[in-house]
Design a protein around this ligand. Structure first.
Ligand code: AMP
Ligand code: GLY
Length: 435
């Protein structure tokens, strides 16, 4: 079977890597992919942008693709799944490959309506309220005056969010009402028309990614991201500087509650709204000091860099799970199998990230890291005249597996240290908070 993965980050390299470990997967095509997918055996990059649906649909036909896995939220929110299903009508291949009806290509990733779980925070809040999912109290505003009145009434700390996709830059956790009011002006000035203002929640964050076929929903192992650039969780927000899994804070009892109080109600309301969701539901949780889980946000795709620790621990072939979702046969799948032990991923970033940084720096030492047993997932890399060079803020995600977290930490850092490029930066405290 041939599979097409849409996207070019560390998450997509990891998805491609995981798929290629299955004996059923002969090749993976990435649109557009990165330096890591370009250099992995049986993996091929196609120079097509993630929002060029027409070219992706053409590639699906030309390469005889059985399954499309969509990595990032942008194409999902623009309706890539709806588009591919409408433009890849192929009875014979459709039925062989287990698409939804036998007239559609199998796509793992929700349709535009379901992607609103991530693309509109007010829509997601509305769904959570309807499903009675525990979450921060919130209100939605389209004008500055009523937003500011609400902030004055509620007091600080308070959180101001842009309703729509904002590439991680749309959330301001304000410690004072003045800061919150300034955030309202700043987000409206940037062109965001709808704001969600919500109660500040204290606690520890965790990510629970679950896969669903629209009827059944099954969680993957819980993980934790480190979103701040600096050690000790200080400094600016980033796309994620490192992850570990399983996250001990999410105990089996808590996971059971998340399943019953968050994941199943989400699917029930999606169904009630007529949305046939086949993909990932990513619940970003805040676990209160007393152990109560509340949803901070939903994403409609795999997390990055959560995927870099979750999939290496997966023992069930990934293609089986994703196809079961597209065929609406997840309930018939045996329980998902996991390797024992833990995984830690450390992100190596370009100096200056998340602000301005230089690109085009030659990367050395990947072979040495791999020889030590680490898995090097590429995020912002490209192949230039046969040489791997940096091409983004987050450059690599170096993952190591270990018997436990301590062991995985002890294995990952020597591997990270054997890699170098000019200006390379990484946090030295990934996963330490869980020890
Ligand atoms: P989001 O994009 O909604 O996940 O928000 C980005 C980050 O802002 C989260 O990972 C949290 O660290 C923080 N955050 C979001 N909402 C809240 C909240 N209600 N209370 C406290 N922190 C929050
Ligand atoms: N790691 C955070 C995210 O994928 O949204």
């Amino acid at each position: 079977m041939k599979i097409l993965v849409v996207g070019n980050g560390g998450r997509e390299h990891t998805i491609a890597w995981s798929l290629l470990r299955s004996p059923n997967v002969e090749a993976v095509y990435c649109t557009p992919g990165n330096g890591g997918t370009a250099t992995m055996a049986n993996c091929f990059n196609l120079d097509i942008a993630v929002d060029d649906f027409q070219a992706i649909a053409k590639a699906v036909k030309e390469q005889d693709i059985s399954l499309v896995v969509v990595g990032p939220e942008l194409p999902l929110s623009l309706g890539i799944t709806d588009y591919l299903q409408q433009h890849n009508i192929d009875d014979e291949r459709g039925s062989r490959l287990g698409s939804i009806s036998n007239r559609r290509i199998a796509v793992f990733g929700p349709e535009q309506a379901g992607a609103q779980l991530e693309s509109s925070k007010s829509w997601a809040k509305d769904l959570m309220n309807e499903a009675q999912i525990p979450t921060a109290k919130s209100a939605t505003f389209t004008d500055a005056t009523s937003a500011k009145t609400y902030i004055q009434e509620q007091g600080a700390p308070i959180v101001v969010k842009a309703d729509s996709l904002a590439a991680g830059k749309g959330v301001i956790v304000a410690m004072t009402t003045e800061e919150a009011i300034a955030a309202v002006d700043s987000l409206l000035a940037q062109g965001f028309t709808t704001l969600v203002i919500e109660e500040f929640l204290a606690g520890e964050e965790a990510s629970v990614l679950a896969i669903t076929d629209g009827q059944t929903i099954r969680p993957l192992i819980p993980s934790q991201d480190h979103k701040r650039i600096g050690e000790g969780d200080t400094g600016k927000n980033t796309g994620g500087m490192g992850t570990y899994a399983p996250a001990p804070i999410v105990t089996p009892e808590l996971m059971e509650r998340v399943q019953k109080e968050v994941l199943e109600p989400t699917i029930a309301v999606l169904k009630r709204r007529g949305i046939n969701y086949r993909g990932v539901v990513y619940a970003g949780l805040m676990i209160s000091p007393t152990g109560e889980p509340k949803v901070l946000e939903f994403n409609c795709r795999f997390g990055d860099p959560e995927t870099q620790v979750v999939l290496p621990l997966l023992d069930t072939p990934l293609d089986e799970l994703l196809i079961a979702c597209t065929q609406q046969k997840l309930a018939q799948q045996p329980p998902i199998k996991w390797k024992s032990g833990s995984a830690v991923c450390v992100v190596a970033a370009s100096g200056g990230y998340p602000d301005a940084y230089e690109k085009g720096k030659a990367i050395a030492g990947i072979e040495s890291a791999t020889a030590q047993g680490a898995i090097v997932f590429h995020a912002g890399t490209t192949l230039k005249d046969g040489q791997l060079v940096t091409s983004g803020g987050r450059v690599l995600g170096i993952t190591a597996l270990g018997e436990n977290l301590q062991d995985a930490i002890a294995k990952v850092y020597p591997a990270v240290e054997s890699i170098s490029f000019e200006g390379m930066y990484y946090r030295r405290d990934i996963a330490h908070r869980a020890l």
